[in-house]
Design a protein around this ligand. Structure first.
Ligand code: ATP
Ligand code: NI
Length: 429
């Protein structure tokens, strides 16, 4: 197996639910994905499709009333596998460890060191009363502790966790000032790495003294402090203006090339996907409906939803390139309101009788891991089996399958009520 096709993370059958007063929300359902080391894996889909919940599930950041209700998250880390093997053999498969089967304390210790996440609003990642440099140095220290001598943890942990020593770290940080000159220097070099000019001076500044773009860079530096195996970037550029967005994407691209880092990139924007990603998962209503290489998804897609997303060619140069919304609304994810049918059927121009039962994910032609959740992967569209336009109550579906004369008295955009695919930087007009 070559380096370039080595899986770093394999998510299998992941389901995450929220148990709210309104009922059970099926935010993520039976989701599979595989992220290879050194790749940028993109997740794209409309608002509310479950992208962030997927990322937060991997990071173990789902909080009540949310819960991962099933699935496996296999992470390749030989050292971790060796450490957990004795006590949690069922969680180990070769050098993979199922993160959902190890003690919570161990899983949480991977945050920052194995997995790091950057968010839309960098403000939330910084404490306003500490300098940026101090906070980066703290992150560096956390990493140092994580890889500290296991014996130093031994006295404090119960025997069950002893073998996990090097993976369990103290979350108590002793002081708000620089822990060591070494970590201060590392903080400065991290600022330099992410392209902050005058890093020595900027290290002593507070977050509010940074511009939005600079703080975004600093947040990336913070995420890199622990030298994570996987960086998860959830809409990392959405709040930024178009020029800065492009710069941040360039930075991520550069970091990927220079450090070989693996990135999970979440975005509404197919232009960003085209520019950054090796593989893509297209999400709809909590499911990955199509996944594969960039070429599978852009050139050989099977799912009409993927086709719809590609409906307008996004402007690759402009990170905020607007996607044309697909007519209709994203379905409710409330369990009691979800039928058994394909979740996209009511908006699908190719909906057939076959779509009234929920399609499993099947392999599609294309790359090794091109998979799709659509009956069209196995049979071609048959107009005689098409569902009538008003089958789902409202004539929501585009009239593509039916040959209707163009009329100019009713501009389609005015009809669109759904939020969907709001993009990063507006439409640039
Ligand atoms: N704390 C919560 N309680 C209840 N439902 C939630 C909670 N967090 C998320 N959800 C639901 O889970 C679904 C998926 O949300 P998620 O944030 O993953 O979407 P997304 O694809 O990231 O959307 P966006 O592009 O707008 O960020 C949504 O229906 C959302 O309402
Ligand atoms: Ni999100």
């Amino acid at each position: 197996m070559s380096e370039s096709t080595e899986a770093l993370l394999r998510v299998e059958g992941l389901s995450t639910r929220f148990f709210t007063e309104q009922g059970q929300v099926n935010a993520v359902s039976d989701l599979d994905l595989r992220i290879d080391r050194g790749d940028v894996y993109g997740i794209v889909g409309e608002s509310g499709s479950g992208k962030s919940v997927t990322a937060r599930s991997i990071m173990d950041l789902i909080e009540s009333p949310g819960e991962i209700t099933s699935g496996e998250i296999w992470y390749r880390n030989g050292e971790l596998a060796a450490a957990v093997e004795d006590d949690h053999g069922h969680a180990v498969d070769g050098s993979f460890v199922d993160l959902l089967e190890i003690p919570e304390r161990v899983r949480r210790s991977l945050r920052g060191t194995s997995f790091s996440m950057i968010f839309q609003d960098p403000e939330s990642s910084f404490n306003p009363s500490l300098t940026v440099g101090e906070q980066l140095a703290e992150a560096v220290e956390v990493q140092r502790r994580a890889s500290a001598n296991p014996r130093s943890t031994r006295a404090r942990t119960r025997s069950e966790e002893y073998s996990l020593g090097s993976f369990v770290l103290s979350t108590m940080l002793p002081s708000k000032r620089y822990v060591s000159e070494e970590s201060r220097e590392r903080a400065i070099s991290l600022l330099e790495l992410v392209g902050i000019p005058d890093p020595v001076e900027r290290a002593d500044e507070y977050p509010h003294e940074y511009s939005g773009g600079m703080l975004q860079r600093a947040m990336i530096a913070q995420a890199l402090a622990g030298e994570p195996d996987l960086l998860i970037a959830d809409e990392p550029t959405t709040a930024l203006d178009v020029t800065i967005q492009a710069q941040i994407l360039d930075l991520l691209d550069e970091l990927k090339r220079e450090t070989g880092m693996t990135i999970l990139l979440i975005t509404h924007n197919l232009g960003v996907i085209a520019r950054m990603c090796d593989r893509v998962g297209v999400m709809y209503a909590g499911e990955i409906v199509e996944r594969g290489t960039l070429a599978d998804v852009f050139d050989d897609h099977v799912h009409p939803y993927t086709h719809g997303l590609l409906g307008s060619i996004p402007d690759v140069e402009r990170a905020g390139g607007r996607l044309e919304p697909i007519p209709g609304n994203v379905p409710s994810l409330l369990d009691r309101e979800m039928g058994d049918r394909c979740r996209f059927a009511d908006r699908c121009p190719k909906a057939m009788e076959d779509c009234l039962s929920h399609p499993p994910e099947v392999d599609a032609e294309g790359s090794d891991h091109h998979a799709v959740r659509c009956v069209l992967a196995e049979r071609s569209y048959d107009e005689s089996r098409a569902l009538p336009d008003d089958y789902f109550g409202e004539p929501d579906r585009p009239a593509e399958a039916v040959d209707e004369p163009q009329s100019d008295d009713e501009p389609l955009p005015a009809e669109r009520t759904q939020p969907t695919l709001e993009d990063a930087g507006g439409d640039g007009s």
